[in-house]
Design a protein around this ligand. Structure first.
Ligand code: FAD
Length: 445
């Protein structure tokens, strides 16, 4: 018998929150029954551990999903977490429940967008809606067609600054119930614990993200952000909003609302403006990723000009382990491996070293950071790597950081390098010569 109910499916992706989630709000008002799903990235059917994520990334994700699951439970809903590829999962649910509406947020993720397009083509009778996004602006607010996105950040910023940012929307007060089936199980039983060995710097979840946001502004740190933002170590030199922004458990509009309140009630200065300025960088890369699609991952980048770099397995290994002849880079890589986070300055240094000193193909560096960073975001990671590799949106086309000078400026007393054992490293870059002959001590090299 054909069901007369409107059955919705909400596909959570990098929008793992209930507040400021217009797509969830729309689903709440349009359908009688609702299924909420999340498909783990990099999944494989045989092994219930997403292969490409570090234990710290997994733990943060698990905390985020648990938190979202609890928020949905409070609305008599639940989050179903799947290991299978999304197309398989969604096809099954459509058939089983006669789904009539599918919802998601606008995404910068090329692979998500491809799957979304496939679904739309396959299921023409279903209503697809993407009313919200994890950006400051909605697509309809852009003062240009996406294909005409300015080719540099400065031009983009000048066009966006006069545009008002909408206020965040409330979380839905209630949600339609899930359609019942005979095979219902509790999702938490299906999702094993991924407990990282290291003590995490951040805990995932919408609640934790909001708590962090409030603490950041309550401590008054926003008033000095511009002077401190290039720090390398500690919690307070930069906002640390990125882990929650990347998972979507905190929306940029919610951050902007808190920033505006701070400016109205505490202080508005260059530093508070600069937080907005950096959020606009994030915004630029989100639209950039949507415009360029798979070219975000191409060796020649958006410039379609291949760099003269190559791949040297030993150099790559040494960079990943923090064992290069560059102590500041080693310290950053060791910090990344232990915490899943590095400062913006640190990321610029490790990426510049990867491309310009080690002469390595930038895509391998971007992939390693994708695996390790708790705040991994497809648009910000690949967009920044393109920029530093000279194949992206940088009008100068070449950014090589002088690593000794950078060390003098940002770690003058060697404290950061000592903290992470950056000096404890190999002094040779290659133990084979160019013709692949091993170099021994006796050979004098
Ligand atoms: P803050 O300095 O406090 O900035 C506030 C917010 O502005 C950040 O949370 C972020 O959303 C945004 N922002 C700041 N700088 C940038 C930037 N250069 N590009 C885009 N957005 C920015 N950021 C990610 O969120 N995920 C990534 O995977 C990522 N990979 C990067 C890879 C490289 C090689 C480089 C150079 C940068 C990368 N960044 C990435 C950008 C930036 O380093 C981080 O957003 C920032 O360090 C996060 O810490 P924070 O929240 O304290 O930043």
């Amino acid at each position: 018998m054909v069901s007369m109910h409107r059955v919705g499916l909400y596909w959570f992706q990098n929008d793992l929150r209930t507040a400021d989630n217009p797509a969830l709000l729309q689903a709440a008002s349009q359908v009688d029954k609702l299924i909420c799903i999340y498909c783990l990235p990099g999944n494989s059917n045989s092994n219930k551990t997403p292969s490409r994520l570090s234990p710290l990334r997994l733990q943060f994700l698990q905390e985020t999903l648990s938190n979202l699951g609890r928020s949905l439970q409070a609305c008599d809903q639940r989050l179903e977490v799947y290991y299978q590829p999304p197309l398989e999962v969604i096809a099954q649910l459509i058939t089983q429940h006669n789904v009539s509406h599918i919802y998601a947020s606008v995404s910068a993720d090329y692979y998500f967008n491809r799957l979304w397009d496939i679904l739309r083509q396959r299921y023409a009778m279903i209503d697809f809606a993407q009313p919200g996004s994890s950006c400051l602006f909605n697509p309809s607010q852009l003062p240009f067609e996406l294909q005409d996105l300015p080719d540099s950040f400065s031009k983009f910023r000048r066009q966006m600054e006069p545009i008002d940012i909408n206020r965040p929307v409330e979380a839905p007060k209630s949600l339609p119930p899930r359609p019942a089936t005979a095979t219902d199980t509790d999702w938490q039983q299906q999702f094993p614990d991924f407990i990282a060995q290291q003590k995490p710097m951040f805990h995932g979840g919408e609640k934790q993200g909001n708590q962090h946001l409030q603490n950041y502004f309550a401590k008054g740190l926003a008033s000095t952000y511009k002077q401190t933002r290039n720090g390398l170590h500690g919690m307070d030199y930069s906002t640390k909003f990125s882990p929650w922004l990347a998972s979507g458990s905190l929306s940029p509009r919610t951050i902007m609302q808190a920033l505006k309140q701070y400016e109205a009630h505490v202080e508005a200065n260059d530093s508070t403006y600069w937080i907005y300025f950096e959020l606009l960088w994030r915004e630029y890369f989100q639209w950039y990723a949507q415009k360029y699609g798979s070219r975000l991952f191409a060796f020649g980048g958006i410039k379609q000009r291949n760099p003269s770099t190559s791949f040297y397995p030993e150099r790559y290994q040494k960079w990943c382990q923090g064992n290069t002849p560059y102590p500041i880079v080693n310290a950053c890589m060791k910090q990344l491996n232990s915490t899943g986070y590095i400062s913006n300055r640190g990321r610029q240094l490790v990426a510049s070293c990867f491309v310009h000193e080690l002469n390595l193909d930038w895509r391998y560096g971007a992939t390693y950071l994708e695996q390790q960073l708790i705040d991994y975001d497809v648009a910000s990671n690949w967009g920044n790597w393109q920029y530093l590799a000279g194949v992206g949106a940088d009008p100068r086309g070449h950014r090589r950081f002088d690593l000794s000078k950078q060390t003098e400026i940002y770690d003058p007393d060697n404290r950061f390098i000592e903290r992470w054992g950056g000096d404890d490293c190999s002094t040779v870059l290659d133990s084979n010569d160019a013709a692949d002959w091993p170099i021994t001590e006796a050979s004098g090299n």
